[in-house]
Design a protein around this ligand. Structure first.
Ligand code: GAR
Length: 210
């Protein structure tokens, strides 16, 4: 099984989906490390309960984003991580980190990218009167939430939705598509090149596979 690392900042429900997928035999990976910038991240406890090594690298302990990123890169290399999964990791990464794991770094973002990069995605979808919302798994490049999409899932927006009810509908889809995209990578089917993301040698279309 390929060693992977998962980076979290919060409750870690996507991380839990990876733990469950490994336990179910659906993911050819070993979770070598769960790393958080936030010592209070709820997901750390969930990881420990699953017997997974955890580490905290607190961004507040570093003078610059680059120093923080270099510390994380060192820890991830020590863990032997061959794929890095950003799962609700809420720090902006610099090129120090992104170049170290280029092509081996996936993120999940709770919008139909390229719509709504950044924060408050569900409220922004509601404010815009969108009839659907969703989530995107994408390769991470230096452009914030702008790397090539791999996989996208859509949900309807209901008339009386709040950001919370919409988020609850979207997260169900997150937990399905993120381990699936990772499994494609682990099977050697998914690649990043200068031309974009490729699955089985075919360029993945703009919004990702639907
Ligand atoms: C998820 O909805 C994820 O898509 C989002 O944070 C949540 C984390 O939940 N990520 C971002 O907004 C990245 N900018 P989780 O900790 O339960 O997986």
């Amino acid at each position: 099984a390929t060693p992977i690392a998962i980076l979290i900042s919060g409750r870690g429900s996507n991380m839990q989906a990876f733990i469950d997928a490994v336990q179910a035999g659906e993911l050819g990976a070993r979770i070598a490390l769960v790393l958080s910038n936030n010592p209070d991240a709820g997901g750390l406890q969930r990881a420990r309960e699953a017997g997974i090594d955890t580490a905290v690298i607190n961004h507040r302990d570093y003078a610059s984003r680059e120093d923080f990123d270099a510390a994380m890169v060192a820890r991830l290399r020590e863990a032997g991580a061959e794929l890095v999964i950003l799962a609700g990791f809420m720090r902006i990464l610099t090129s120090v980190f992104i170049t170290a794991f280029s092509g081996r770094l996936l993120n999940i973002h709770p919008s139909l990218l390229p719509k709504y990069p950044g924060l408050n995605t569900h409220q922004r979808a509601l404010d815009a009167g969108d009839s659907e919302a969703g989530v995107t798994v994408h390769f991470v490049t230096e452009e914030l939430d702008g790397g090539p999409p791999v996989l996208q899932a859509r949900v309807p927006v209901e008339p009386d939705d709040t950001a919370d009810t919409l988020a609850a509908r979207v997260i169900v889809e997150e937990h399905k598509i993120y381990p699936l995209a990772a499994q494609w990578y682990l099977e050697g089917r998914l690649q990043l090149s200068d031309q974009g993301a490729f699955l089985d040698g075919e360029r993945i279309p703009e919004g990702g596979i639907q």
